[in-house]
Design a protein around this ligand. Structure first.
Ligand SMILES: [Zn+2]
Length: 333
């Protein structure tokens, strides 16, 4: 059993009433929407109900996502496992426990282990987190799900965030690198370009450095500082040497990148923002998503947990064109 959301769920816009409606829209008016990419339909509430009518459907979905090539022992990785006839969703492995056998279930070694919440609740929370562009706070989740405790909702959200941490290949093509600062004093909470510049050096803010491939993936990391060695270490690790152009602003930590990369700089302090292909608008768009999410939805995010929130925003961004983002999330759980 393996569910893939196909293009069939996307309504046909090439003919019929919908086409007539779409083509009758005044194209001149919505300037702001012209550059917006086409949204990719994701799992709807109705599809969720169809996919997951009960706990067994959730279990089967997890098995298919975890082990697309067949069930493997979570302890030793062996594929020589035997399904227990008497108990559903239980297997045993002889390889890592000769003579006695090691028994495991579908949730062994996943974030769903040792919880008293049904998988269906976990799936619903995951679905909610992925469906909202700026994320959902544990408080919202608690109320929506009718959970008795905030701590439960908070733990679930953090475990899901940890499951969303993904390995991303080195970025190539045109790449933008930039840093931002999250947190800080209340009076400084103006998340616009102004705070972006004045944030440098504010000890109450946590720096995050990021690299984004245009029309591609983003990689963002919470860092200790934005010194040159830290920034260069991040760029060397995340950006391919075969990159065609690396864009940054003129902050001093970026100024030696041209030794290794074809490097273009925009001087924001001189009012420069776009010089031909050289700009950092894409990564700044990602920062504003995080900042609006963290400040608007999560209110106060401690430095300790910021990496988890950054992972959540990175995952949503990198799967923005993946109609099966939900399945991708579950396979990482
Ligand atoms: Zn084993």
């Amino acid at each position: 059993m393996f569910f893939i959301l196909s293009k069939a769920i996307i309504p046909d816009l090439t003919s019929g009433d919908l086409y007539a409606m779409v083509t009758s829209i005044d194209r001149e008016a919505p300037m702001a929407h012209k550059k917006q990419p086409k949204p990719v339909p994701q799992l709807t509430a109705a599809q969720f109900e169809d996919l997951f009518p009960d706990e067994d459907a959730c279990r089967a979905y997890l098995v298919a996502r975890r082990w697309p090539q067949g069930v493997r022992c979570p302890r030793c990785g062996s594929g020589h496992v035997y399904e227990l006839k008497a108990i559903a969703f239980k297997w045993e492995c002889m390889e890592c426990a000769p003579g006695i056998s090691y028994r495991f279930s579908h949730i062994a070694g996943t974030i769903f282990e040792n919880t008293n919440k049904p998988l269906r609740d976990w799936y619903r929370v995951t679905h909610l987190m992925l469906a909202s562009k700026k994320g959902m706070s544990a408080l919202q989740i608690m109320r929506f799900m009718g959970f008795g405790s905030y701590k439960t909702a908070w733990m679930m959200c953090h475990k899901i965030r940890a499951a969303l941490i993904e390995d991303v290949e080195k970025l190539g093509g045109i790449v933008e690198v930039d840093e931002t600062y999250v947190g800080g004093k209340d009076k400084n909470r103006h998340w616009d370009k102004r705070s972006h510049i004045t944030g440098r050096g504010d000890p109450s803010k946590t720096p995050v450095v990021g690299a984004v491939k245009r029309k591609g993936n983003v990689i963002a990391r919470v860092v200790e500082n934005v010194r040159r060695d830290t920034i260069e270490g991040f760029v060397n690790e995340m950006v391919s040497e075969k990159v065609s152009l690396l864009c940054t602003d003129n902050y001093k930590s970026y100024q030696r990148l041209h030794y290794r990369f074809p490097h273009g700089i925009v001087d924001h302090s001189a009012g420069q923002h776009v010089v031909g292909a050289i700009h950092t608008n894409t990564i700044e768009g990602f920062w504003s998503l995080i900042k609006r999410g963290v400040m608007g939805t999560f209110h106060k995010v401690s430095r300790k947990y910021l990496p988890l929130y950054v992972a959540e925003f990175q995952f949503r961004y990198n799967n923005r064109e993946n109609a099966d983002i939900f399945g991708a999330a579950i396979s990482g759980c």
